[in-house]
Design a protein around this ligand. Sequence first.
Ligand code: NAD
Length: 340
Amino acid sequence: MSSEKVKNSLNISSAIRIGVLGFGGLGQAAAKVLAAKQEMILVAAADQKGYAYAAEGLNTQECIATYQSQGSVGYLEPVGTLTTQSIQDVIEIAQPVDGYFLALPNLPNDFIPSVAKEFIKSGWRGVLVDAIKRTTAVEQLLAMKEELQAAGITYMTGCGATPGLLTAAAALAAQSYAEIHQVEITFGVGIANWEAYRATVREDIGHMPGYTVETARAMTDAEVEALLDKTNGVLTLKNMEHADDVMLEVAGICDRDRVTVGGVVDTRNPKKPLSTNVKVTGRTFEGKISTHTFTLGDETSMAANVCGPAFGYLKAGRQLHQRGIYGIFTAAEIMPQFVR
Ligand code: NAD
């Protein structure tokens, strides 16, 4: 018996039932992360062409193999369904799912907020978590607070790596200071090929001078490749519109103009081009100026630093939900819970 099956037979009744919407780079990594967990079980997965649902738990390897060979988990027999509106269909199957990780492209910039609206309309109650990146996208979600509250949904936003893990680290580091002067996030991402994370790469291109979310979304794969050929596969990003700023402002830590985010993405080498870090500079109550630095281990992948926090926040959101606390929270406000 595989460890996954042992897990399922032991914990199926008590585990948090998870759906993963979007089954690309991050969605598949999320499924792999869940396969090793006792407290969570993957019951639903959806991509652009279909979905799969199994109350007793989906087999991660089968889902990934089917997606990679046929382009959709909808082909997975007997649990898959092919459809052009997989998100709506998953929401409406009326099978119990406690929480969803939205591993979807946020293209256009209001796509994930529109998915949140579908959940609100449907009457489903539970926990949603995203790893959304742009300030303007998080602002749209924050504006939906009352609708989410009324719907009985606990929505955890900005819960990937940045925003997410690094924003939370900044919130923690801020505690040493009486005043925060600067939060500087610098990320290094190394991926072996851009096709494994198409949405991430397109969204990053949208931050480059001369590009927008819309122009990046409209680029064909050949155009993305041509651009990457010109830069030797490397994207250098400065002063990005990243929601770490609004999240730290809403949490009362500092004004958004004190937060900067930039990074380097190498799309042709899994080795990180630089060590991802956040530097938090402030003044202590004694008048000393100092900087705390939190640096991620170079061996940790983007997928590890996004999916781990996403499920940690989903678990925290589940605890809030069980206490009747609904609405929307960011990664800077709530401590993630470690998922066993
Ligand atoms: P990807 O392109 O690899 O995969 C996207 C998946 O979504 C595919 O399976 C696709 O079929 C599915 N999809 C697209 N439209 C859909 C629809 N209408 N209905 C159902 N499924 C649909 O994406 P990725 O590179 O894994 O990125 C996912 C998201 O994660 C992006 O928005 C990216 O910005 C975000 N991300 C966040 C962080 C962070 O630190 N916060 C880091 C990396 C990526």
